[in-house]
Design a binder for this molecule. Sequence first.
Ligand code: AFP
Length: 322
Amino acid sequence: MSIQISDKFTKNISSPETCKAVSETLTALAHSAIEISHLCALGPLQSGFGALAGSENSDGDAQKALDVRTDEIITAALMNAPVAYYASEEQDDIMTLDSGKPLAVASDPLDGSSNIDTNVSIGTIFSIFPAATTAHDSFFRKGSEQLVGGFFVYGPQTSLVITSGKGTELYVLDRTDNVFKLAIAKIVISKDANEYAINASNFQSWYPPIRNYIEDCQMGAAGPLQKKQNMRWIGSLVADANRILMRGGIFLYPSDTRPGYGDGRLRLLYEANPVAFIIEQAGGMATDGENRILDKPLNTLHERVPFVFGSTHPVSQVKTYF
Ligand code: AFP
């Protein structure tokens, strides 16, 4: 057993069959995460680590060898789980594993991979839906229809943050027996916070609402926010999201004027949706700057979405700048 799933987590899942299928799928993903964490921990000791795979993903991003290897590990694991369809950042189209199975999984197998060579925490983000009658309909829906949202972090701790709609839990891998164990039964994000996360090098490309908000953050106590603000930007979504879950704050990856960034950088299906589900269940908020992420229908498999999430007060404040 690679994870001790809490009763509260499984209790929230409607039917016994779906609950069993979700538990089996989570166990398969946890087992994959243990293998992936070993690969990340080996780092440069493994040949070709961090090297480019010589291929590109759906967005034309150069794929790292570990991106591709991680996707292979997860694909193999899901083939032995009750999963009908799999959508991955690393694959152009949806994979049909077994159309008779009850679940559909979307994943960013290795988010933050541009950090692989720098020993910064990276992770695997995933979303579990009930399988629909077709592969397309299993994913082209609102994020509010997710059964489960989760992400693994490969960092000082190998951890799993997850929700099934009744609060957000933290599991940590106990390496003495290689089992993910419940560490925090209910994560609660502080309503207010004085820490913002954004890639400030894009300042010249931001549209006025975000530029004005960040200028107010930089003015701190002398400005309308009336408090000194701190800034953090790790450049790894799971690491920034994990920090915000633990100590509050706001994360912003807005749309900007750069070519290809008209809808920001992060993907709705397998990045924003699962993180938004987790953040809301921890008492926070997740929007595209103005509108709730989980209400947004998916129109293209790898579509991007401007992404603002974290403590309720600052995320609500950002809305007033639009
Ligand atoms: P990579 O997977 O290419 O490293 O991108 C990571 C990411 O999708 C997300 O984890 C970060 O929050 C964001 O991109 C960082 O983007 P910038 O490099 O533009 O700051």
